[in-house]
Design a protein around this ligand. Structure first.
Ligand code: FAD
Length: 751
């Protein structure tokens, strides 16, 4: 605690203690005030300004210190100054006092509370930033919520002081009026409880409900306004139309069919969308073949004299398509029709909030009416407008699967997950790959040491990793394609045979009615949705890549659940999409998997954390597999085993991380992971050992000293007095005692 904080804490504590010690509360009782009222009135008559000043200062002090007595002070205000003047004086005094209490709570406790509960409060903080004024107003309207509790709690949130002040003043007016008026009738009041009758309580509750009702009404009016220019059909053919049969669209329509809704799924291209046809499935199939080639190259490491792999690149790419074909039935028209989904192959266009036109192959147009629409139109590769790129030609994650001849020299533009996976696959299959990334490291979303592990492995495997290198132009020189890039102020020229662009993906938001309906897109160019995955039209939802914020198959399925359930049952209950525990993996070698915060994000967001790292180079199973590399890195809240995030680098990281995903989702801490039997020898043991690193780092020198003396006493080597002698150190010495063991490191970093 800083000196300033300590001084303020002491001053406040002293004043509160004095209040109770000297029983000052007796002066803030109804009986005392009544007994003194004549004298106070006389003083007010003789010294009006002084009376107002004394009253005002006392009121501010009582409320700023959160002392009991604000009710009496308000009544007294009415009794002394009358209704109008009393209202004005009390209104300002109570608002200023409340704001001082708010500021004191903020100054003394906010940092500590936010640090301790950081991520847990993230949703509350976001809510306060968005609608804090509204909630405060509601709370203020109902004087049943203790006045001082609201002041202190709001001080812990990110609410602006100005907002707190004016909303409090406005919100408390009704309550102030009632109490000040009661004060003008003081002779008829026997107790403070008597001020408020049951009828008045009901009136206040109604008043408190008013803003909530008003908000609902605003929502209805807003919805009415967006629908105003559209003709609503009298009835609908369907409960739901889903646009796009990728991961998101398939899940939405599956859910709808499962709850017996009449649902039509429209797909213009291939069932299964990006994941099945051009994304997860073919990329993982290609990586598998490439991994086999890479492992054969490591034959000697595994005790073989040699191993030679001969392959035909075209056959490898055919295997990829075979894998796609094998998984295809899971997403097929037949399967979904069997599940009760009406599948239409064609291009969908939303023509009104309740109608979707489908241009079928062959030109026929079907017009569907529907109660709700789920947009699951996905995303496509982003191709940056670099001069010459169209002329030299390029591949993307959509077209690369058509290759049947291995490019001799491949430039991969982009160091994100897709660029990294494909760069490694092609390099292992024999292309000379140059990976060009504008930023200073690969996979910039991950921590720097993770990027470094991947880049080192890539370089060791022969990939020419060019970081901090910006593609400027593509040219043809002497019949050869050349990328002109800039690195550290110098132009570099990289000749290539094929270019793979993997610099990001962009949501499909054009050409199917969003513009005509005025559905806005965000700065990230995804369809704008609220937390219910709802667009500005309450019956039109969006999910998956088209809505973001994450671009994964599992998040597409996750958001699809919210879109479908809210679309079908939102009239009765809505569910806010929960993005609190989102995992992902990049399937390079080393594999990288993450859930929750990493260290970089924790620092950026000011979330204090302890970092525990277990090096997988130490793990028996990894050593036996000749895969002894990587790490498990876990972030925990300081002084607690609550997991804030985990990153795993190494073999099967994407599978290993599931233990941490489940732990975070269900509030399981590292102590429980440590107390769980993990099978020996497995890679999963790394998760337990990371928990062990954390646990060891919690031991203090005081605890160790105590244990040493205790064990000596048990052996008869020390007297009981010695044990008692170290007890104070056990309680007071909180310095961390143990250095981390072999390769593992643990550190406490508070940002
Ligand atoms: C190379 C690569 C590897 C990847 N690897 C992984 C991975 O390992 N793990 C992971 O989780 N994610 C991975 N992803 C991301 C994943 O593929 C996507 O996040 C996921 O497929 C998104 O699903 P979606 O349903 O939102 O969109 P999509 O799958 O793109 O589906 C959208 C569908 O909508 C259709 N459509 C669009 N407009 C219309 C219209 N007007 N009418 C009718 N139909 C329309 C499209 O044809 C498309 O089929 C990878 C992506 C790529 C490119």
């Amino acid at each position: 605690m800083t000196k300033g904080r300590a001084a303020l804490a002491v001053a406040i504590a002293a004043m509160i203690a004095a209040y109770f010690l000297f029983d000052l509360g007796r002066y803030l009782s109804l009986d005392f005030f009544k007994s003194q009222q004549a004298a106070i009135d006389a003083y007010y008559g003789a010294h009006p300004a002084q009376t107002v000043a004394i009253y005002f200062a006392t009121y501010v002090l009582v409320t700023a210190l959160s002392l009991p007595g604000a009710t009496l002070m308000t009544l007294a205000g009415g009794a002394i100054f009358g209704l109008l003047a009393g209202m004005v004086i009390v209104s300002f005094a109570s608002s200023i006092g409340a704001t001082l209490a708010f500021l004191a709570s903020r100054f003394l406790f906010r940092d500590a509370v936010q640090k301790k509960l950081g991520d847990k409060l993230a949703a509350v903080n976001r809510g306060i930033e968005r609608e804090g004024a509204f909630y405060l107003f509601t709370l203020r309207l109902v004087p049943l919520f203790p006045f001082f509790v609201i002041n202190l709690v709001m001080g812990l949130t990110p609410m602006k002081t100005r907002t707190f002040y004016w909303v409090s003043q406005l919100g408390m007016l009704a309550g102030t009026l009632v109490y000040v008026y009661a004060g003008t009738q003081l002779a008829r009041i026997d107790s403070l409880q008597g001020v408020i009758s049951p009828g008045l309580v009901l009136a206040f509750v109604a008043l408190g409900l008013f803003p909530l009702v008003a908000k609902k009404a605003v929502d209805v009016i807003r919805a009415r306004r967006v629908y105003a220019k559209w003709q609503r059909p009298a009835s609908f053919d369907r409960n739901m139309v889903v646009i796009g049969a990728g991961s998101a669209g398939l899940v939405s329509s599956y859910i709808a069919a499962a709850v017996k809704a009449k649902v039509t799924l429209v797909e213009r291209h291939r069932m299964g969308g990006d994941c099945l046809n051009t994304g997860c499935v073919p990329s993982k199939a290609l990586l598998r073949s490439a991994k086999f080639v890479a492992q054969a190259r490591r034959a000697q490491e595994l005790g073989m004299a040699s191993a030679k792999v001969e392959f035909d690149f075209a056959a490898v790419m055919e295997r990829v398509q075979d894998v796609v074909r094998k998984i295809e039935p899971h997403d097929s028209v037949e399967r979904y029709t069997g599940l009760g989904v009406d599948v239409l192959e064609g291009e969908a266009k939303i023509t009104s909030p309740w109608t979707v036109e489908v241009r079928r192959t062959g030109g026929r147009v079907d017009r569907l009416t529907t109660k709700s629409i789920v947009i699951a139109a996905g995303a496509r590769p982003l191709v940056p407008p670099i001069p010459g790129i169209e002329e030299t030609g390029y591949l993307t994650s959509e077209t690369v699967w058509g290759l049947r001849v291995l490019p001799r020299r491949l430039v991969v533009l982009g160091g994100g997950p897709i660029g990294c996976e494909l760069a490694q696959a092609f390099a292992r299959l024999g292309s000379h790959v140059t990976q060009v990334e504008m930023l200073p490291r690969l996979m910039t979303r991950e921590d720097p040491e993770v990027s470094e592990m991947v880049a080192t492995r890539f370089r060791n495997e022969g990939i020419d990793v060019r970081l901090g290198t910006r593609a400027k132009q593509f040219v043809v020189e002497g019949g050869e394609k050349v990328l002109v890039a800039e690195c550290g102020g110098q132009d570099v020229r990289i000749p290539f045979d094929a270019l793979l662009v993997a610099v990001g993906r962009i949501a499909n938001t054009a050409g199917y009615g969003l513009e005509e309906l005025g559905i806005p897109v965000t700065k990230q160019r995804t369809v704008e949705v609220n937390e219910n995955m709802q667009t500005i039209y309450p019956n039109i939802y969006a999910c998956g890549d088209v809505a973001g914020p994450y671009h994964f198959t599992h998040t597409a399925a996750h958001t699809a659940w919210y879109a479908a359930v809210n679309a079908l049952f939102g009239r009765f209950k809505t569910f806010k999409a929960d993005f609190s525990v989102i995992p992902w993996a990049t399937f390079t070698e080393p594999e990288v998997a993450r859930v929750g915060l990493n260290e970089t994000e924790a620092k950026d967001k000011g979330v204090a954390c302890e970092v525990s790292v277990y090096g997988i180079d130490d793990l028996d199973r990894a050593i036996a597999d000749s895969e002894a590399h990587g790490m498990v890195k876990v972030l925990t809240a300081p002084g607690s085993d609550r997991i804030l995030g985990a990153t795993i680098v190494g073999d099967h990281a994407g599978d290993l991380i599931v233990e941490y995903i489940a732990a975070m989702k269900h509030g399981i801490g590292l102590n429980k992971i440590l107390g769980t039997i993990h099978i020996y020898p497995t890679l999963a043991e790394a998760n337990k050992y990371a928990a062990g690193v954390w646990k060891r780092a919690q031991v203090t020198t005081g605890q160790l000293d105590f244990l040493t003396t205790f064990q000596a006493w048990m052996r008869g080597g020390a007297g009981f007095g010695a044990v008692l002698g170290v007890l104070p150190r056990l309680l007071s010495d909180k310095r961390r005692a143990l250095a981390p063991e072999h390769g593992a490191s643990a550190s406490a970093r508070a940002s």
